[in-house]
Design a protein around this ligand. Structure first.
Ligand code: ZN
Ligand code: ZN
Length: 578
């Protein structure tokens, strides 16, 4: 036996630590220049100075797509490592950011570890232990990595800081990893860099208020032009008799790219929400006159309701604007679009990237690697294709419909749409050839779309901040979303109403003036898994007082020992209002 052999001294047992780690890096060559341009250099100097002082220093890097933010992160991390400290890089979703991870690996090799939810428990344990022992100087991870047990943290980078998935809305603990990162940097006397081509309104506002140092990269690395964006009016296409999802402009540009052997991304916003009505001819959607929020369609009583303030009206049969009878919601999926494309371009090689085609481990990576090697020319996809992709031969990006996001009943719908369009457009023309973008919409005159098309970030932020201030939305107030759910509609309604009036009384009793209570109203998804849902929205500047009032009400409820028939969840500063 082996034991016997050991006794004879012929063999010996030793323990070797085998690190379990899955590989998310893409198999693509490093293509970016390593020397920094003047603008990047200036930002890096700022950061280096802060790192030397070893005090809390928050930066917001607002850099247009392709401006080389990642290279600034990399050089800053190099500085941190020189001092023998650790660095954490947060990315929105690890599987969607394999390209950026491969760049960190190319620069720091074995010093880089990953942390994300798709790892096995063993893989995660090994990485955590190496972080705690200080053996792993650089960690790239999704939101929960912000809680990793660093010994000697010098820098946190939050890439694509505007992305809503940094907020864990459900289940508890409900936290925003971006805000935790800033707090952690404060506690550790570390530097923190928030980076984005389209910073969230909250962060941009913080920078304007002097809470963060604002750094801007206004040009692409090699001075490539930002792509030209053409806005196509879908209502006009319909009038011209084109009922296909491809406008004639997009169709002829597609043909042109196929002829030239260049690559194309077609983007479909699939975060569809089928319970509002939209005119198929003119694109009209009904909004709440008080909250500027898309009204939600309720099939049961054929009503349209605002799920913030509970304003309601009867759903019209004809479009109030153009009197068309085709006043319904209808959306196409990526699969249907792929089928139609194959009919129009039978010779083109294309692949589809959405939840269905990326279920298998590694499928996502394979698709992107193949696209990078130009094995096919057209990539059709959902949100997945908007982030961080850097393929120099993509010269055309088509947005099938910019409206799905704009129509969402969420006060952030304009911000999200602007960010999405900027990010998608940013995928075009990153190489030597100029890029072009076609945005199809029923709202060609809507300012969100116009400003996204002209790449005018400052003006968009200014206008949107004005509107938010007027309506009292964040960043001018905190929001608290209280959701009530139960099998019984009667109970859920009663509970929401009594909660609301108790809260109103206690707010009055502590003489809090600037607290707005909206609702209660049915939640936008008013029934999930047989549970009826109602909600209450609270706007306030004084978050500490109001949350403690709410906590008190919840405790009283618990102590009353009533049967727990209604579930109540409280979400402070929700990122997802649906
Ligand atoms: Zn109409
Ligand atoms: Zn309303």
């Amino acid at each position: 036996s082996l034991k016997g052999l050991e006794k004879t001294g012929l063999i010996e047992f030793v323990s070797v630590e085998k690190i379990r780690e899955s590989d998310w890096a893409l198999d693509l060559p490093e293509t970016r220049p390593v020397s920094l341009n003047e603008d990047q250099e200036e930002i890096l100097e700022n950061i280096k100075e802060a790192l030397d002082k070893q005090v809390y220093s928050p930066f917001l890097i607002h850099g247009v797509t392709g401006s080389g933010k990642t290279q600034v992160y990399i050089e800053a991390i190099r500085e941190v490592l020189k001092d023998g400290k650790q660095a954490l890089i947060l990315v929105p979703e690890i599987s969607l950011t394999s390209q950026i991870i491969s760049r960190f690996k190319a620069n720091f090799g074995e010093k880089v570890g990953c942390l994300h939810s798709r790892m096995s428990a063993g893989e995660r344990f090994d990485t955590w232990r190496r972080v705690r022992n200080g053996e792993l100087p650089v960690v790239v991870g999704a939101r929960s990595a912000v809680f990793s047990p660093f010994q000697n943290l010098g820098l946190i980078v939050v890439d694509e800081e505007h992305v809503p998935s940094y907020k864990q809305d459900d289940p508890a603990p409900r936290y925003n990893a971006r805000d935790v990162a800033v707090m952690r940097a404060k506690l550790n006397d570390a530097a923190v860099i928030l980076g984005s081509a389209t910073p969230g309104l909250e962060s941009y506002h913080n920078a304007q208020q002097g809470k963060y140092v604002l750094c801007q990269l206004k040009e692409r690395v090699e001075k490539q032009k930002l792509p030209h964006v053409k806005v196509v009016d879908l209502a006009q296409e319909r009038k011209n008799g084109n009922m296909s999802f491809l406008s004639s402009d997009l169709s002829s540009l597609l043909q042109d790219r196929m002829d030239k052997g260049e690559q194309v991304l077609l983007f479909l916003n699939r975060r569809g929400f089928s319970t509002f009505v939209k005119c198929q001819d003119c694109g009209y959607v009904e909004k709440c006159p008080r909250c500027d929020i898309t009204l939600t369609f309720h099939r049961t009583d054929f009503s349209l309701r605002c799920h913030y303030c509970n304003y309601q009206k009867k759903a019209p049969d004809l479009c109030p604007k153009c009197e068309s009878y085709r006043f319904t919601y209808r959306g196409a999926g990526t699969q249907k679009i792929e089928e139609e494309l194959k009919k129009s371009f039978p010779k083109a090689l294309m692949e589809r990237m959405d939840l269905d085609t990326t279920l298998k481990k590694g499928a996502h990576k394979r698709l992107l690697s193949d696209f990078g090697r130009k094995k096919f020319g057209i990539l059709v996809g959902t949100q997945m294709i908007t982030k961080g992709l850097d393929f120099p031969d993509v010269t055309l990006v088509g947005v099938i419909s910019a409206d799905l996001g704009l129509d969402l009943p969420d006060f952030r719908s304009k911000e999200r749409t602007f960010q999405l369009l900027a990010q998608v457009a940013g995928r075009a023309g990153r190489g030597k050839r100029e890029g072009e973008v076609v945005v199809q919409t029923y709202y060609p005159k809507e300012w969100t779309i116009k400003l996204a098309a002209s790449h005018d970030f400052e003006k968009f932020y200014r206008k949107e901040l004005e509107q938010r201030e007027e309506l009292g939305y964040p960043p001018f107030n905190h929001l608290i979303l209280v959701v009530f759910s139960s099998k019984s509609l009667r109970r859920v309604t009663a509970c929401a109403q009594s909660f609301s009036s108790v809260l109103e009384r206690s707010v009055k009793s502590v003489k809090q003036k600037s607290v707005g209570i909206l609702g209660p109203a049915p939640a936008p998804l008013s029934k999930i898994k047989n549970q009826h849902r109602w909600q209450l929205l609270v706007k306030t500047k004084n978050i500490i007082t109001v949350t403690s009032l709410i906590r008190k009400i919840l405790e009283d409820e618990k102590n009353a020992k009533k049967k727990k028939e209604v579930r109540i969840t409280v979400n402070v500063d929700p990122m997802d209002m649906l």
